[in-house]
Design a protein around this ligand. Sequence first.
Ligand code: FE2
Length: 570
Amino acid sequence: MFHADSSAAIIQDGEVVFAVAEERLNRVKHYAGFPALSVKACLDFVGAKIKDIDHVAVGQDSDANLARKVQYAVANPSGILNFIRMRQRKQVVRDLRSLLAQALVADAKALRFREHRLEHHIAHIASAYYCSPWQKAAGFSYDGSGDFVSTMMARCEGNHIDVLDRVFLPDSIGSFYTTICEFIGYNQYGDEGKVMGLAPYGKDTYCQQLRKLVGLKNDGFKLDLRYFKPLGSTEGMQVMTDGRVRLPRHFSKRMVELFGNPREPHMEITQREMDLAYAIQHRFEEIFFHLLNQLHERFPSEELVMAGGCALNSVANGKLFECTPFSHTWIQPAAGDEGLAIGAALHTYHAVLNQPRRYAMKNSYLGSEFSDSRIEAALKKSRVSYRKLEREPLLESVAERIASGDVVGWFQGRMEWGPRALGNRSILAHPGLPNMKDVLNARIKQREWFRPFAPSILEHRQSEYFEHDHPSPFMLHVYKIRPEKRAQLCAVNHVDNTGRLQTVRREENPLYYDLIQAFERKTGLPVVLNTSFNENEPIVCTPEEAIDCFHRTRMDLLAIGPYLVSKCVN
Ligand SMILES: [Fe+2]
């Protein structure tokens, strides 16, 4: 709460039963206010009132690492006033009982829950470890910042997470990445993924220079702070009064002296921007592997659990098997800060209340679901013609239309938890048509030309198409596509011959699996192109939002529950 990607989750007897990011409900991207609608959605899902809740946990503890914060403020006198303001603001948002009572129109005195605060990065690691199938793993979390820490290493065993090491601000590999993104004109919160897509268009012009800006150390890494602005009250981001997030400028004049004037967002992308994108991704990976190797030395394990916003860097994730001793990863699908809700809740259950572990996350479908009658009511209200189909004819029709080159909105079951659409709020298309990327961009997504689209592949066919067979159920790894398959997957083959794949198992999502199989029967390809169901907005949540997006864009077909919708006006 009061942090980007505000969210809520509810656990019942140790099992995560519902989780959602506030942006999906209030439609404000990366919303950073209080997650009132998410909390209400959690309670509605289990049929409870806030007075029924036993424990409330928050993945944020403003008292954590206080000595380090004070030390930094004293060493940077210009920041002392901001530091005091930050502490005052934190006091205002600390009264959880009143905030919840107000949001849910309840009597604060009737609320009996115990309140728990957990340090940001422990919550990240908890969100991965307690959802993993393992009883023992190395834990790693890294992001821009959280509770004055940017990186954490931990030993996870049984019910416990023991912190091995922290890297404190202002040293932050996440902020370093953000700084270069800002410099090359990607200055919105969450733009790092775009720059990761731009990186393969660059070449090694600036890698050596970036190595000087951030050096490796035996116990982590160190930024050359002359190139970065000192931290203010924000730990790297500003939350506006309406809950939107704004990034202040991170780079100093010295960076401009080194690389020339920064690019403004509306300006053309030149080779310099591509080369800087290449260099930042390259240096990021070097630091990441250095840290993971250090973690492995301190806690040798085959298994790695990982979260934090930087864990969404799927290119780095895809390479870690070659560059570190770890053999298996479990990465939280909501690796960013929305995932803290799950981490804080599960940590309370296992580490504080000492309850046994019995839960492993089977899939990411933890969000809202809508009945057929509710979907049909939404269709009736809108001016679309539709027909209801049984399961098999629906799959056949949709697979046929995708095979023929149509772009299909696919709205089914429970919404995904985390930033990726994984086959329940997706737009699907043929991955092997040479013009499909341009068609999608022109007709629906209007994304930057350099950003790739992702493939969903049946898991047991992965190694036929990709050079690595570690599964990627949450679309968090990028692997090379095999040379002989690149033409067949041309719409999802990035310029460096990679794809950010989602591997699909039938147990995880039977309907989506069967659809891909139906597509395979028609085309020979066990792969569909999968992009999120949205158009410059948070991913659609409700049937109304899906129908509205279908109307606004030039999608050919919408499969929403058992209904197939075409664009003929009645
Ligand atoms: Fe974080």
